[in-house]
Design a protein around this ligand. Structure first.
Ligand code: PFF
Length: 456
């Protein structure tokens, strides 16, 4: 590459990285996991995972990315040119991020559909075949149409794909950073608005105590395994994303501080989501509802909105929030492959974006159809969509995480890690020893436990 790409401003750099981290993982997966794993105790363990593991692993990824200053595979070649084969760790991350992108894009299409249908009011228009008052049935029918249908989900996915291509084509500063600078403040304002509304609902305190008062007897190995998996997903770890974004960080960026800021903001969004969802679920008596998977977002939440005054307004704002969160995350997932094409094959930005986005039209179509007309076709009892999700999230992600820690802890020179964390010795890094220790010894073991835990 002729001239090195960097982010334009510190705030843009943070907005972009937070944009990647904050996504469906926070808005949708986190409340579902919290409910399934006993509420407040899960939150507590999750917070511990973010601080003990998330921040060190993120700092390690930032160091590798900025120091290696290349795509997710190139960084390994640059940092340790005589250690062959480690670039495969980057290749695994690229593959995983691409697979995740193929179904994540479909979900982002659903969020767009629900935004459109909220604005038009169709989402809430009771049709004749619905028994009056049976809202669950109504929203189930809606899901059949908007999510399990054939054409509409495909069209929405393609719109999101095209929007991604548009931003990616504009480049890192003028595309990704610019859009994040606009979208992230919008997202935070929307979240705060929802939080105020939800906390002022009549039974808010019940929801808050489910979310914030831990029941220590509910801890199990599975709780810890799930919390750690959630932390990796939510912080965009081990996907090549943070390595790629950090390769655009200027030399003066303080990596540890950035990791803390990004992680705390990501955690903050998850906590805000908890404070939004649980009071609402309690108030409207929907505690028996399944919050897992798509039910929370596409059935339970519309039921809640339908019972509030200003249904369409709140519904549209919420799905706008969700679309924004998903959009900045899909961009980051795609940028991993775009950067790879640019760096590895010397493609222009345009050619790289086309090479990355074009096959997604097919892959994402397959994922979309596998939820609808092709749902009979299964692999190990899962639809293609669920299969990709499981393999990428539960297997490739932890394997990538372990290898990344082994690389930064044992293979890359310690001096390299220190140099990046201290900005070439300019910063005092009191935390270097601790972070290096965690990366070398603790993180690989803990992540290995998570991996093994999937098979419990
Ligand atoms: N961190 C984002 C989220 O929580 O939705 C996006 C994301 C990145 C999801 C990487 C999954 C992943 F593996």
């Amino acid at each position: 590459m002729s001239q090195k790409t960097t982010f334009g401003s510190k705030i843009g750099l943070i907005a972009t990285t937070v944009g990647s981290a904050v996504g469906l993982g926070n808005v949708w997966r986190f409340p579902a996991e919290t409910q399934a794993n006993g509420g407040a105790i899960f939150l507590l363990i999750y917070i511990a995972c973010v601080f003990i593991l998330g921040i060190p692993v993120m700092t390690a990824e930032f160091s590798l990315g900025r120091g290696g200053s290349s795509d997710a595979t190139g960084v390994f070649r640059k940092v340790t040119p005589n250690k062959k084969g480690w670039w495969l760790v980057g290749a695994l991350a690229i593959m995983a991020s691409y697979l995740i992108l193929s179904f994540y894009m479909v979900v982002s299409g659903w969020t767009l559909e629900y935004l459109i249908q909220s604005i038009s009011g169709n989402l809430y228009a009771t049709d004749s075949e619905i028994v009056a008052g049976n809202k669950e049935q109504l929203f189930n029918n809606r899901m059949t149409e908007y999510i399990r249908g054939t054409y509409r989900p495909l069209i929405m996915t393609y719109i999101m794909l095209a929007a991604n291509a548009f931003v990616l084509l504009k480049g890192v500063q003028k595309g990704i950073e610019k859009i994040s600078n606009i979208m992230m403040p919008v997202l935070f304002i929307l979240l705060l608005m929802f939080c105020v509304v939800s906390l002022s609902l009549p039974n808010a305190s019940e929801g808050v105590s489910f979310f914030l008062k831990p029941d220590f007897s509910a801890v199990s190995a599975k709780t810890i395994v799930n919390a750690l998996g959630q932390a990796f997903f939510s912080l965009s770890l081990a996907m090549g994303i943070l390595v790629t974004y950090a390769s655009y960080y200027p030399p003066k960026t303080k990596l540890t501080r950035t990791a803390v800021t990004v992680s705390v903001l990501d955690l903050g969004v998850a906590i805000l989501m908890g404070l939004i969802i649980f009071p609402a679920v309690m108030t409207f008596g929907l505690t028996d509802h399944d919050l897992a998977g798509s039910a929370l977002v596409f059935i339970t939440l519309p039921e809640i909105f339908s019972q509030m005054s200003g249904t369409l307004f709140w519904s549209a704002l919420f799905f706008l929030l969700l679309s924004v969160a998903a959009f900045t995350s899909t961009i980051s997932l795609a940028e991993v492959s775009v950067a790879f094409m640019e760096q590895r094959f010397g493609f222009t930005r345009t050619r790289s974006v086309i090479t990355v986005v074009a096959p997604l039209f097919i892959l994402s179509s397959v994922c979309s159809l596998s939820v609808g007309p092709w749902s009979e076709f299964t692999i190990y009892g899962m639809t293609i969509f669920d299969f990709l999700d499981t393999v990428a999230t539960n297997i490739m992600l932890p394997v990538g995480g372990i290898l990344l820690c082994v690389y930064m802890g044992w293979i890359a020179p310690r001096s390299f890690f220190r140099k990046e964390m201290t900005n070439n010795g300019k910063l005092k890094s009191h935390t270097f020893a601790i972070i290096a220790f965690i990366i070398k010894w603790i993180a690989p073991l803990l992540i290995a436990l998570v991996l093994a835990g999937q098979f419990l």
